[in-house]
Design a protein around this ligand. Structure first.
Ligand SMILES: Cc1ncc(COP(=O)(O)O)c(C=O)c1O
Length: 419
């Protein structure tokens, strides 16, 4: 007799908390103390002492020639597009499944974001959709590496070459990841990272741009430092910049976080393999498979898909029941063009569309895969749940099996809210 689901009044499968995030130890304290006593706290002069050290360490880890610290992943994306010269009247292709910062970066350049559907295999931008959306106005393509998946960089690099359109990789979720043994953020013109609180390495806030191109490096350094030029800079024309400099506090914390990252990546990747095997054995549940080209996997969110008809209950009810069993999980990002954080009635977006020759009222956006994943399929477990031991992983699997076995009862139940 299977035990009653917690959402229907039974005992929750798990009552112990999972690992908490962020993680820190004496290394972060030492770094903060070092900055404190140096009396050199800010990002100016740019790049400052710790910023130079952190940028060098991050670039080496990622395999990039240059790294430029910034205030956030959002500012990194905006600066990367500006370094490419993206401006009014241009179009930038972004995936439907992402956070609002990705299309925002285009609008911040007065360019129009064009939304491409994602592939159901990995929730990342679908290269075939990208091909269909290219116009003479397309000035950049931003693949987002989503959750723990990397976008198909082989196909995207091919499109980029064939059309001479640069790629800007949005690597906010996956610092440290490698595709075919090459770090993410080095497969296109520029890469952008986020160190916001929930990310796999964090200083609360922060971002990074990577590039191999000295001209882009100079432009990015200028754009994050109010448009200043360094002696020896050779890029042409003045740039309108802002203060997007990372503080020395953040750089110190991130040096400590970077030192810990490889061990955490390993641990989470082992947990993910165990989770894939366990969840994959449950009818109606398919974890997103690891692409063999991903030679170093970084988990920001462990994503699995449910098939509502095979499972016998809606994805929304499944997630509510998992939470009641004590498993933190969510449903991923809504298609970003529907997000409250990317209001398509905002004057900035309307203007960007108008400048690119499009009437926002007549724009149709067609991303059925992203819609289906968000509405009916996707379940995302945050990365810190994979930082503990095998018992944590086994509890996630056991909870999913419990909910799956009670699916008929769950589907028939009269729950207080819809879904
Ligand atoms: C895919 C993606 N890109 C960019 C960002 C923006 O990063 P930040 O919050 O550091 O500005 C995020 C943040 O959540 C993100 O998930």
């Amino acid at each position: 007799m299977p035990s009653t689901l917690a959402i229907l009044g039974g005992l929750p499968l798990r009552t112990r908390p999972f690992s908490t995030w962020p993680v820190f130890d004496a290394r972060e304290r030492e770094q903060l103390d070092d900055v404190l006593t140096s009396s050199n706290w800010g990002g100016f002069p740019s790049p400052n002492r710790k910023a130079t050290e952190f940028a060098a360490a991050f670039a080496a880890y990622q395999g990039a020639r240059f790294a430029i610290p910034t205030t956030s992943g959002t500012s990194a994306l905006e600066v990367a597009l500006k370094a490419l010269g993206v401006g009014a009247g241009d179009e930038v292709i972004v995936p439907a499944m992402t956070f609002a910062a990705t299309p925002y970066a285009a609008v911040a350049c007065m360019a129009r974001p064009i939304f491409a559907d994602v592939s159901a295999a990995n929730a990342c931008i679908d290269p075939d959709c990208v091909k269909r959306l290219i116009t003479r106005r397309t000035k950049a393509i931003i693949p987002v590496h989503y959750g723990a998946s990397l976008a198909d960089l082989d196909a995207l690099a091919e499109i980029s070459r064939a059309h001479s359109i640069p790629l800007v990789e949005d690597c906010a979720h996956v610092p440290g990841a490698r595709f075919r043994e090459r770090g993410v953020g080095t497969h296109g013109a520029l890469g952008c990272f986020s160190f916001q609180s929930t990310k796999p390495m964090t200083a609360g806030e922060g971002g990074m741009i990577t590039t191999d191109d000295p001209d882009f490096e100079q432009r990015c350094q200028s754009l994050i430092n109010c448009g200043r030029r360094r002696p020896g800079d050779t890029f042409e024309g003045p740039l309108m910049g802002a203060n997007y400099r990372m503080t020395e506090w953040q750089c110190g914390i991130l040096l400590a976080q970077l030192a810990r990252l490889p061990e955490q990546i390993e641990r989470k990747s082992r947990a993910a393999a165990r989770l894939r095997e366990g969840l994959g054995a449950i009818k109606g549940i398919s974890p997103i498979a690891r692409d063999p080209r991903v030679t170093r996997e970084v988990i920001y969110a462990f994503v699995f898909l449910v098939d509502e008809s095979a499972l016998g209950v809606s994805r929304n009810r499944f997630v509510r029941a998992m939470r009641a069993e004590g498993i933190p999980c969510g449903v991923g990002n809504d298609p970003v063009y529907r997000s409250a954080l990317f209001p398509r009635e905002s004057p900035a977006y309307l203007k960007a569309c108008e400048l690119a020759g499009a009437s926002a009222a007549r724009i149709t956006i067609d991303c059925p895969v992203a819609e289906r994943l968000f509405e009916h399929a996707m379940v995302a477990v945050p990365h810190e749940c994979l930082l503990g031991d095998d018992r944590d992983v086994d509890d996630i699997i056991a909870a999913a099996a419990k909910v799956a076995s009670g699916a008929a009862e769950l589907a028939a139940a009269n729950l207080d809210k819809s879904g």
